[in-house]
Design a binder for this molecule. Structure first.
Ligand SMILES: Cc1cc2nc3c(=O)[nH]c(=O)nc-3n(C[C@H](O)[C@H](O)[C@H](O)COP(=O)(O)OP(=O)(O)OC[C@H]3O[C@@H](n4cnc5c(N)ncnc54)[C@H](O)[C@@H]3O)c2cc1C
Length: 185
């Protein structure tokens, strides 16, 4: 069975993770209802983009993920659990889903992280390694969730990329570089 990843949260962190995973051929589903704080932002600090409304950034990012095969599901995840091998989520309405890995990008609320038994500190966030791996194997925490006092879109997007590349490298058993080049000639 192909490796699958569930991403909880559709802000820049979750969407960035999904972009890299989908490009890398992983089956990825993002759960979220487009309620990110980005809709209140006017970005002037996202390197490479002089200025953009947060809502416009989100519109482009969501389309970018879908264009490479990432699935965006307009749903809230009510609960999460793991049996040590797979992660199972329960959605509103009783629908369930499961995956080999989970990336939590919940933003300011650590609700699901706490359900997995992770410890959360208002200042320091969740204890994660440099790739966002938490103390629960296969569960990553990224973006504002991982460090609530450092809430910038580009940091969340970078976190998402790091977690995704880490998963891709684990799945393939070798370091993964996601590089594209312009057509020659
Ligand atoms: C007024 C304002 C201005 C800002 N200006 C800037 C700026 O100029 N530059 C900048 O870099 N940053 C700015 N920010 C901060 C920026 O919005 C955040 O850094 C960014 O949104 C964090 O991204 P994230 O992906 O970590 O989390 P979020 O964007 O918070 O995304 C988390 C998402 O997960 C969803 N979610 C949570 N739990 C669940 C669940 N159980 N099921 C499904 N979905 C769930 C939430 O609804 C949300 O959509 C601003 C924020 C505000 C409020």
């Amino acid at each position: 069975m192909a490796t699958s990843v569930i991403v909880v949260g559709d802000g820049p962190g979750g969407l960035s993770a999904a972009l890299f995973l989908a490009k890398g051929g992983i089956s990825v589903t993002v759960y979220g209802q487009d309620k990110t704080a980005m809709h209140w932002a006017l970005l002037k600090n996202y390197l490479g983009i002089p200025e953009i409304l947060g809502s416009e950034f989100q519109r482009i990012a969501r389309a970018q993920v879908e264009a490479v095969g990432g699935r965006l599901e307009n749903a809230r995840v009510e609960s999460i659990a793991t049996d040590g091998a797979r992660f199972r989520v329960l959605l509103e309405g009783g629908v369930t889903d499961s995956a080999d890995f989970v990336i939590l990008s919940e933003g300011k609320s650590p609700r699901l992280a706490l359900q997995l038994g992770l410890r959360f500190d208002d200042q320091d966030g969740l204890g994660v390694d440099a790739n966002g791996q938490t103390s629960v194997a296969g569960a990553y925490a990224i973006g504002r969730l991982a460090r609530p006092t450092r809430s910038q879109a580009i940091i969340s997007a970078g976190d998402g990329a790091k977690a995704a590349i880490d998963i891709l490298s684990r799945v393939t058993g070798k370091p993964v570089q996601d590089w594209d080049e312009p057509a020659k000639g």
